[in-house]
Design a protein around this ligand. Structure first.
Ligand code: SF4
Ligand code: SF4
Length: 117
């Protein structure tokens, strides 16, 4: 578990940041994350999870956007930083994510049990 936390920290530092279209949350929807990441998020009730899923949304998407932005999962951070997950609004960092880092993130997702938020 500690190893996973260290990896998450490393990935977070190495996923390039970029500015989104203000107020946009078009790429938010049902996403999965490792148990290490989920453990950092405030708990949501079963009803909240079900309501979000029924709308094909994420239970942490609030009126003003992501309510857990600082702790959002890796997949949310990765979106828009690689050609395989392009932003539909054309937003992107100046330099896309290093391919090797992206591969390591995908490998991390494969080896960890993923939980639907
Ligand atoms: S990455 Fe693109 S689609 Fe997602 S919130 Fe930012 S601007 Fe919107
Ligand atoms: S955790 Fe935040 S950024 Fe990720 S899908 Fe949910 S609302 Fe969007």
């Amino acid at each position: 578990m500690i190893k996973n936390d260290l990896q998450i920290h490393f990935f977070r530092k190495n996923i390039p940041a970029f500015a989104c279209t203000p107020g946009c949350h078009d790429c938010c929807g049902p996403v999965t994350a490792s148990s290490n990441e989920v453990a950092r998020l405030p708990a949501k009730s079963d009803a909240e999870h079900e309501q979000a899923l029924a709308k094909w949304s994420c239970p942490y998407l609030g009126e003003h956007g992501c309510e857990v932005y600082e702790e959002r999962p890796l997949i949310c951070r990765l979106f828009g930083t690689t050609k395989s997950l392009p932003c539909p609004n054309g937003c992107a960092p100046n330099k896309m994510i290093d391919v090797k880092i992206e591969q390591k993130i995908h490998a991390f997702h494969r080896k960890t049990r993923q939980i639907l938020l």
